[in-house]
Design a protein around this ligand. Sequence first.
Ligand SMILES: CC(C)(COP(=O)(O)OP(=O)(O)OC[C@H]1O[C@@H](n2cnc3c(N)ncnc32)[C@H](O)[C@@H]1OP(=O)(O)O)[C@@H](O)C(=O)NCCC(=O)NCCS
Length: 161
Amino acid sequence: MRPMQECDVREVVRIERGAYPFPWSPGIFRDCLRVGYCCWVLEHRSILRGYGIMSAGARESHILNLCVHERFQGRGMGRLILDHLLEVARGHRALTVMLEVRPSNMQALHLYRAVGFNEVGTRRGYYPAEGRREDALIMAMELQSDTPGGARRDSRDATRR
Ligand SMILES: CC(C)(COP(=O)(O)OP(=O)(O)OC[C@H]1O[C@@H](n2cnc3c(N)ncnc32)[C@H](O)[C@@H]1OP(=O)(O)O)[C@@H](O)C(=O)NCCC(=O)NCCS
């Protein structure tokens, strides 16, 4: 994992367009770099395999994008990027990490549940879809907890924003 740079945006956008039906534009990635979001790429043998983008705050971090090149999906790279983002969030002393995901995105849902995210709500009509809008599931994970076994506890009360 290494920090994303402006010169990576071209390749990142290529991966984004292959992986999402409604991809982010190059301008969105550049804005994320400009405002100082945590932007990381996974590079292996000089080839970008995926990336993750997160806004990190003292209390809450928000994963804004997590993507693996479509050719390299299902090989543990998404998990690797997500684990890295969670470490970065811990470094910012975030208590909660939030994200949105399409309810139809089984691959992503499986990954988020596996690392300990819980579903805490819905954003109606959040995503564009073919001829309609799709709701987003809001997921949250607590990084610190006063309960034994801590981070994996039900975080339905973690939607404080
Ligand atoms: C979602 C995404 C980031 C996951 O990354 P990945 O590298 O494919 O996933 P991994 O190989 O790390 O697998 C993570 C878990 O998901 C599971 N998984 C992988 N593909 C799956 C599938 N098609 N169906 C169900 N589970 C699947 C794996 O078994 C693994 O679980 P395990 O650790 O319990 O075995 C990746 O598929 C992707 O970039 N998708 C397109 C962009 C996207 O939708 N991003 C998420 C936006 S919220």
